[in-house]
Design a protein around this ligand. Structure first.
Ligand code: AMP
Ligand code: MG
Length: 359
């Protein structure tokens, strides 16, 4: 099997911080212009730091006289949350839950909150997001990079172990039936981004840009008061499909192109699984970008709406009305919700439709 994964092993990535940032789903355009990442900025109080955590490269830019200290503390918070939420770290809360053989496990408040939130969003999205999909994800090899196409019987058997309604959270006790596995990877970076944003706001920060491996979260605008310019990556190749100008927002993209493998017949399989079929999502969407206030919500919805496909994603948006989105379809249409349309500039090669609220 020929393997083509855009995510490389941790050790291989160490010397490639900049490259990895550029292939993230959402690209902080300041990376291209060098305004915040090359030291050319005029504001001398801003500090930037890149580090590896949660299986990706993160870059935080904070405008503060105490930027260095805040960056150290922010990075430390990320490390703490990763230690609780990692599915592979043998000391994490999630690992302990997954290896408890059905017994209730006492976890940190933060882990309990993250799991509860994932379960709430699973119910809200009618199971398009399902934090118990891990056994199926493993069978496809996405957890180990030993990619393979499982047979139908294997998938059918594993799907019997996928059902978010069977997870119970009671205070700080979490109980998962034996044989099932929990993974909050689809909301973890958003949840972490929210924690860092709260921490920085408590410290009085009014301008910051967090790039958690393509999940972007901003406090305020740039130090000069203008909005942050974020490029939304072209899922079909290099460059961006457009530029979004935001302040005080979370912007999160999901798409199969972020992590996938190709079989001997040239068919590609992406890392987001449809919990109904156990198959990698293969629908009319190439990527989904959600723009909203909270990172965890944008993260949950980007994954879930990608699973749903274009029609259902649009219906969901019309029903909820409390977020904006940019859908990029397989036929290179860019669908932008009306609330964000004025802040989005389309690049050549794509055509745009503005989605209007109909009620
Ligand atoms: P994201 O990059 O936020 O869209 O999350 C994708 C990650 O979540 C994948 O790499 C898997 O670890 C996991 N995942 C895949 N499919 C699903 C799903 N339907 N529901 C919840 N998590 C999923
Ligand atoms: Mg997500």
């Amino acid at each position: 099997m020929k393997v083509k994964s855009q995510l490389r092993m941790k050790s291989q990535l160490t010397a490639q911080i900049k490259t990895k940032i550029l292939i993230g789903s959402i690209i902080a355009c300041t990376c291209f212009t060098g305004c915040t990442h090359s030291g050319e900025q005029t504001d001398t109080t801003a500090g930037t730091r890149s580090f590896y955590a949660m299986d990706t490269y993160m870059t935080f830019t904070i405008d503060s006289a105490d930027a260095d200290e805040l960056l150290t503390q922010a990075q430390q918070r990320v490390t703490e949350l990763e230690a609780m939420l990692s599915v592979t770290d043998e000391n994490s809360d999630i690992y302990r839950i997954n290896h408890s053989d059905g017994a209730a496990v006492s976890v940190s408040d933060e882990t309990a909150q993250a799991i509860s939130y994932a379960l709430t969003m699973a119910a809200e999205t009618d199971g398009a997001l399902d934090p118990t999909i891990y056994p199926v994800l493993s069978a496809w090899g996405f957890t180990t990079e030993n990619y393979q196409v499982p047979d139908a019987d294997t998938i059918a058997t594993l799907l019997e172990q996928v059902d978010y309604t069977r997870v119970s959270v009671d205070g700080s006790n979490v109980q998962l039936p034996a044989g099932m596995m929990l993974d909050v990877g689809a909301i973890g970076k958003g949840y972490t981004g929210d924690a860092i944003i709260s921490f920085l706001k408590e410290q009085g920060v009014t301008s910051a840009l967090l790039d958690l491996g393509g999940n972007i979260q901003a406090i305020g605008g740039k130090p000069d008061g203008s909005r942050w310019k974020l490029g939304i990556k072209n899922p079909f190749g290099d460059g961006v499909v457009g530029v979004l100008q935001v302040a005080d927002a979370a912007v999160v993209t999901s798409g199969s192109y972020e992590r996938y493998f190709t079989d001997d017949n040239g068919k590609t399989y992406g890392h987001i699984i449809d919990p109904e079929t156990g198959q990698p999502v293969d629908n009319d969407l190439a990527s989904v970008t959600i723009i909203g206030k909270e990172g965890k919500k944008c993260d949950a919805l980007s994954t879930a709406l990608f699973v749903m496909g274009q029609e259902q994603a649009i219906s969901y948006w019309k029903e909820k009305q409390d977020f904006d989105m940019v859908l990029i379809t397989q036929d290179k249409q860019v669908l932008v919700t009306e609330g964000i349309a004025a802040q989005f500039t389309l690049q050549d090669d794509f055509s745009q439709t503005v989605l209007q609220m109909t009620r």
